[in-house]
Ligand binder design. Sequence first.
Ligand SMILES: Cc1cc2nc3c(=O)[nH]c(=O)nc-3n(C[C@H](O)[C@H](O)[C@H](O)COP(=O)(O)OP(=O)(O)OC[C@H]3O[C@@H](n4cnc5c(N)ncnc54)[C@H](O)[C@@H]3O)c2cc1C
Length: 288
Amino acid sequence: MKDLIIIGGGPGAWSCAMTAINRGLTCAVVTTGKQFSGLTKAHLVTNYPGLPNISGEDLLDKMEQQARDMGCEVISGNARQIMPNGKNYMTLVGNDILDSQAICLALGASRPKLLPGEDTLLGHGVSWCGTCDGMFYRKKPVAVLSAWSGGVEDAEFLAGVCSSVDYYVLSKHDLPQDERIVMRPERPLSLEPSENGVRVNFDQGSAEYSGVFVFRPAVAPSTLLPGLAIDGNVIAVDRRMATNLPHVYACGDCTGQPLQIAKAVGEGNIAAISCAQDLAEARKGEKM
Ligand SMILES: Cc1cc2nc3c(=O)[nH]c(=O)nc-3n(C[C@H](O)[C@H](O)[C@H](O)COP(=O)(O)OP(=O)(O)OC[C@H]3O[C@@H](n4cnc5c(N)ncnc54)[C@H](O)[C@@H]3O)c2cc1C
């Protein structure tokens, strides 16, 4: 059980981790990887104090290394779902569940763009989690639509459960090397219900499956943590970076403008301090 699980991997997350550790909290950062932070695309960063003329990628590497050196655990993977568990939280990462007393969301600004039809079919033939839902499609044909290498592990799991697995690439990534998985060249454009499950539509033609699994390196905040208050399309926070849910904080681009490194770092720092204060208060209350 960690005090704090931070979901991210950009400046907000690393800053939050460093201050949390300084404040005596145990913490882990769950991240899909630096390649999904917009900052890796910044050729040159000129407005981050103390580090003039550094590339975005180098800056991220330095931040991550600093957090690791301070004792931060780093867990690679996509946090798919966070569930309350009494006063604590359970975070589903790949096939593992991580327990923590508090959560900080440092998800960045990018929101997954869903395929037309995906939203309405979610839970009705479409799933975002092979491990959670694979057994519903035992000995049945399924499709995997993946935008990142994280989908490969799920496809391999499904290949052991389902009668067939067709794999479609939504964005370029390292592909499965498993003869049970059939690579399909078509580009899925939309999903719709069909007599036996779900129809995947292409530019020309379509294919039908009992189930369709879609994997991306990000999840919309309200899907990740049901009940989380959203303001427009950003996570609603107060000045302490606290959300509407107990011991859940957010920082960085996912809380809104300005989308800047210094703002993400500052908010990560505030979120960690608020978290340390709130957990100390809660523990005092438990002792009384
Ligand atoms: C091309 C470009 C140039 C820029 N140049 C500058 C600049 O010069 N100066 C400046 O101040 N700002 C600049 N920015 C903005 C800056 O990059 C962002 O403000 C900053 O990176 C925000 O940090 P963050 O921690 O909020 O999110 P991000 O850096 O976006 O990191 C979020 C991370 O969380 C991960 N993640 C999301 N969901 C999950 C999940 N469910 N499970 C696990 N991991 C997850 C993402 O994959 C990503 O790695 C630039 C941005 C771009 C795109």
